[in-house]
Design a protein around this ligand. Structure first.
Ligand code: AMP
Length: 221
């Protein structure tokens, strides 16, 4: 099954993608993670993307579309994928449809994580990320054992630059301006399913499993 996770920054798409990819044995593709990796490795794409990411703006379409189309052409995509953070606007959505069509695939379902702005902001501002292994923590919801080091690899925990208050505000504005229209785009295609991004990871996982069970009974997926 090929799934797109749609929703504002801080909706919990990343943590949910991790549990869903295990449950459905699907590949998790996060454009944010891929871009952060490119920035860390100082590749040409990373150097270009950095200034956009630091200010919460979208990285230009041609770069992101290039990364994703390359990724979805790889062998492990056969077992299905979970796209997290892509598409972010209609151009990206159309290009994704086209790239999938060429390989005989399609987006089967779009999970829209409807999330209140207060919850998004709280999640983002409390998030801490390990500089070593990339694990995510939250100062309140999922505190690390030691405030400044990772439970798994003892790497240093930091706040992402784009999780700082001003950039979070900008990311939410960009979401409304660029990405929210995708709700209608996928509604028209009949693939959109709304779930509550306000729930915690476990509760939402259960909601999604119930949704999928209902859908397969109806033979809709
Ligand atoms: P995320 O981790 O998904 O919140 O993404 C972090 C940042 O990476 C975003 O604020 C953008 O600057 C960039 N980014 C991630 N995915 C995309 C995308 N599909 N299109 C453009 N920029 C993106």
């Amino acid at each position: 099954m090929n799934i797109v996770l749609l929703g504002p920054p801080g909706a919990g798409k990343g943590p949910q993608a991790k549990v869903l990819s295990k449950e459905f044995n699907a590949s998790h593709i996060s454009t944010g993670d891929m871009l952060r990796d490119a920035v860390k490795k100082r590749t040409p794409v990373g150097k270009l993307a950095k200034s956009y990411m630091d200010t919460g703006e979208l990285v230009p379409d041609n770069i992101v579309i290039g990364i994703v189309t390359e990724r979805i052409s790889q062998e492990d995509m056969r077992r299905g994928f979970l796209l997290d953070g892509f598409p972010r606007n209609e151009k990206q959505a159309r290009e994704l449809d086209e790239a999938l069509r060429k390989t005989g695939k399609k987006v089967d379902i779009v999970l829209y994580f409807k999330t209140s702005p207060e919850i998004s902001v709280k999640r983002l501002s409390g998030r801490r990320v390990c500089t070593g292994c990339g694990a995510n923590f939250h100062v309140k919801n999922m505190p690390p054992k030691n405030e400044s080091s990772c439970d798994y690899c003892k790497g240093r925990l930091i706040q992402r630059d784009d999780d700082k208050a001003e950039t979070v505000k900008r990311r939410l504005v960009i979401y409304e301006k660029e990405t929210a229209s995708l709700i209608d785009y996928y509604k028209k295609k009949g693939t959109l399913r709304e779930v509550s991004g306000d729930l915690n990871v476990e509760e939402l996982f259960e909601e999604i499993k119930r949704l999928f069970a209902k859908e397969s009974l109806r033979g809709a997926t």
